[in-house]
Design a protein around this ligand. Structure first.
Ligand code: COA
Length: 262
C-alpha cells in the first residue's frame, strides 16, 4: 500500500498506523481520511493482524483536528456532506471494525483528532496529551461523532462542559473522566500499547469481534444490546475458537486459537 499522509507497519499480529503530517500537527484532510479508510480496510481483511495501534507522528500531536483550511469556505450542503462522508468512511468504520483498534494519544487530540480517538475501541495517552473539542470556538460543532461519543465516554455534563468551553483537558483529567484508560510517559506510550495488543492477541479474535459487535449494540438506536449479546454468545458455540478455548482449558494447556468461525 502506497500512502502519502500515513505510515503503515506490520509486525506479526500487530499493525501500527501513524498519521504523518507533523508540520500540520497531523490534521485530518480529505486525503488522509481516505487513506486511513483504505489502511483500516486492508488491515481488517488481513487475518494475521489481531490489533491495530493508531498514533500521530512527532512528539506534539496525535491529530490537531480536521484540516480547517479545507472547509473554511464550505456551504451548508458541503458542511453536511463533509460530516456524513467522514463519519461513514472513517469514524463509524473504525468503531465497527472487528479488529481491535487502540488509540495511542501522543499529544494534541483536538476536534476530529479526539473524535478519531473516541471511535477507536479504547484509548491510552502520554502525559503531555491534551484533549478537547474546540469546534464551537470556530463557529461550528463537532461533526465526526463527537457530540455522540464524548457523552458516552465521559457522561453528558462533562461532555457539555468540554464542548461549550472548547477547552482542552490534560491526560490526567481525561483518565479521571474515563476518556483514556492509561497514562504513561511519551517513551512508554507505544510499548504500553504493544503490551496491551499482545494481551489481546492471545485471545480468540472471533470472540473479540463478537464482543465488539455486542458492546457497540448498546449505543445503537432501535437495537436491544441484550438481544445482540444473546445471539452473539450463542454463535460463539459454533466456532473453532470456542472448541479450542474450552478444550485447552480442560486439558490444562494454553489455547492456540485458529481464529475461525467454523
Ligand atoms: N487544521 C489545519 N491546520 C492545522 C490544524 C488544523 N486543525 N491544527 C494545526 N494546524 C497547522 C497550523 O496552521 C500550522 O501550520 P503553518 O505552520 O503552516 O502555519 C501548524 O499546523 C502548526 O500549528 P501551530 O498553530 O503553529 O502550533 P501551536 O503549537 O502554536 O498550536 C494548537 C497548537 C493545536 C493549539 C493549534 O494548532 C490549534 O489550535 N489548532 C487547531 C485546533 C482545532 O481547532 N481543531 C479543531 C478543528 S475542527
Amino acid at each position: 500500500m502506497n500512502f502519502k499522509n500515513i505510515l503503515v507497519e506490520k509486525n506479526s499480529a500487530l499493525a501500527q498506523i501513524t498519521i504523518n503530517r507533523p508540520k500540520k500537527l497531523n490534521a485530518l484532510n480529505k486525503a488522509t481520511i481516505e487513506e486511513l479508510h483504505d489502511a483500516f480496510k486492508a488491515l481488517e481483511d488481513d487475518s494475521d493482524i489481531k490489533t491495530i495501534i493508531i498514533i500521530g507522528s512527532g512528539d506534539k500531536a496525535f491529530v490537531a483536528g480536521a484540516d480547517i483550511s479545507e472547509f473554511a469556505h464550505f456551504s451548508v450542503e458541503e458542511g453536511a456532506r463533509l460530516a456524513k462522508a467522514g463519519q461513514e468512511i472513517l469514524f463509524d468504520f473504525v468503531e465497527n471494525l472487528s479488529t481491535p483498534v487502540i488509540a495511542a494519544i501522543n499529544g494534541f487530540a483536538l476536534g476530529g483528532g479526539l473524535e478519531l480517538a473516541m471511535a477507536c475501541h479504547f484509548r491510552i495517552a502520554s502525559d503531555n496529551a491534551k484533549m478537547g473539542l474546540p469546534e464551537v470556538s470556530l463557529g461550528v460543532i463537532p461533526g465526526y461523532g463527537g457530540t455522540q461519543r464524548l457523552p458516552q465516554l465521559v457522561g453528558k455534563g462533562k461532555a457539555m462542559e468540554m464542548i461549550m468551553t472548547a477547552g482542552m483537558i490534560t491526560a490526567e483529567d481525561a483518565k479521571h473522566a474515563g476518556l483514556v484508560n492509561h497514562i504513561t510517559s511519551q517513551e512508554e506510550l507505544l510499548p504500553l500499547a504493544e503490551k496491551l495488543a499482545g494481551k489481546i492477541a492471545r485471545n480468540s479474535s472471533v470472540a473479540i469481534s463478537a464482543a465488539i459487535t455486542a458492546v457497540n449494540a448498546n449505543f445503537q438506536d432501535g437495537i436491544k444490546g441484550f438481544d445482540i449479546e444473546i445471539e452473539a454468545f450463542g454463535d460463539c458455540f459454533g466456532t473453532e475458537d470456542f472448541k479450542e478455548g474450552t478444550t485447552a482449558f480442560l486439558e490444562k494447556r494454553k489455547p492456540i486459537f485458529p481464529g475461525r468461525n467454523s
